[in-house]
Design a protein around this ligand. Structure first.
Ligand code: ZN
Length: 309
């Protein structure tokens, strides 16, 4: 039995779906909601009536998914992917701040804007404070009652994002959403998140799933159609970036990000949207560099891109 707990959140997504799957006396909760008073009350009330699940699975580290995980410490077995755990460890390190600040600055992004990006990290520490995670890896099976779920590693939206296959359905977190294309950001230099993401889309498409249960929006059936639409979106964006570089002849990340046709003009985007847009731009640039379409010229303090000849 699948139960959906809709936890409110501000912004266009409106709510995050926490899914509870039950069999006999055992259950799995997938994702936990934001660390807001509103979600805390909703989730606490729910747990009072329904009790604590045997397992809590966090699909990825974003606050709407992991935000209330501490409610389950000492009560449930809390699972996250080994890759996501590594990724979080990096994102919380001094090294991340040093490396990525340098990389964003070299790409021409304004200092003040980057400062803001690194400011909120201490809040994440509070979210996971004294929570003991158990890590799972691709292919692992989580058994509850007479049933089971299989872990599918689907890197891209975050580098350790997981989906969970259950019978003929897949709980897909933020990997595939109906109404928006999930953000794909470059946050670690060694990664090629867009390439990983496109491969993860293929992976889900190949499973011939009957229905997807996303973390935002309603469950939906036509998986291939949605996968193709999302791929098309990224193809167009790659094309757009290539054109911008052709016109400018040489361009840094900021030159490109500020010229992409986002849903609003760059100057009108909120700081948060700009962060997402920057990450998104750099992940597409990284993809084009690794495909050999464009060339990165790196002079430590300034990085720019040209079309490969
Ligand atoms: Zn997310």
């Amino acid at each position: 039995m699948i139960f959906t707990l809709k936890l409110p959140m501000q912004g266009p997504l409106k709510y995050i779906n926490a899914y509870l799957v039950k069999d006999n006396e055992e259950s799995i909760l997938i994702d936990t909601g934001l660390p807001t008073q509103e979600d805390l009350i909703a989730l606490t009330n729910y747990l009072k009536v329904n009790g604590y699940p045997s397992f809590v699975v966090v699909t990825h580290y974003h606050p709407d998914h992991i935000g209330l995980v501490r409610l389950f410490k000492d009560r449930s077995n809390i699972l996250i992917s080994d890759r996501e755990f590594e990724y979080i460890t990096y994102l919380m390190s001094e090294e991340y701040e040093k490396e990525m600040r340098q990389y964003f600055l070299a790409n021409g992004f304004p200092d003040e804007f980057i400062q803001k990006m690194f400011k909120n990290r201490s809040r994440f520490n509070e979210i996971i404070d004294s929570v003991n995670f158990n890590t799972v890896k691709d292919g692992d099976v989580v058994k509850f009652g007479q049933r089971q779920m299989r872990v599918l590693l689907t890197p891209g939206h975050t580098m350790g994002h997981i989906c969970l296959a259950y019978d003929k359905v897949v709980f897909c977190g933020d990997h595939i959403l109906q109404d928006i294309t999930p953000n794909i950001s470059l946050l670690r230099l060694e990664d090629n998140p867009l390439k990983a993401y496109l491969e993860s889309l293929d992976r889900i498409e190949r499973l011939s799933v009957e229905q997807l249960y996303p973390a935002h929006g309603e469950p939906f059936k036509d998986v291939s159609k949605r996968v193709e639409e999302i791929k098309e979106h990224h193809k167009r964006r790659l094309e757009e970036i290539k054109n911008i570089i052709s016109v400018l002849r040489r361009a840094n990340g900021f030159d490109i990000a500020s010229r992409i046709s986002w849903y609003k003009k760059w100057d009108e985007l909120s700081t948060f949207d700009k962060q997402l847009a920057m990450g998104e731009t750099l992940s597409h640039i990284k993809y084009l560099v690794e495909e050999g379409v464009i060339r990165e010229i790196n002079n430590t303090n300034s990085i720019y891109y040209t079309i490969s000849s």
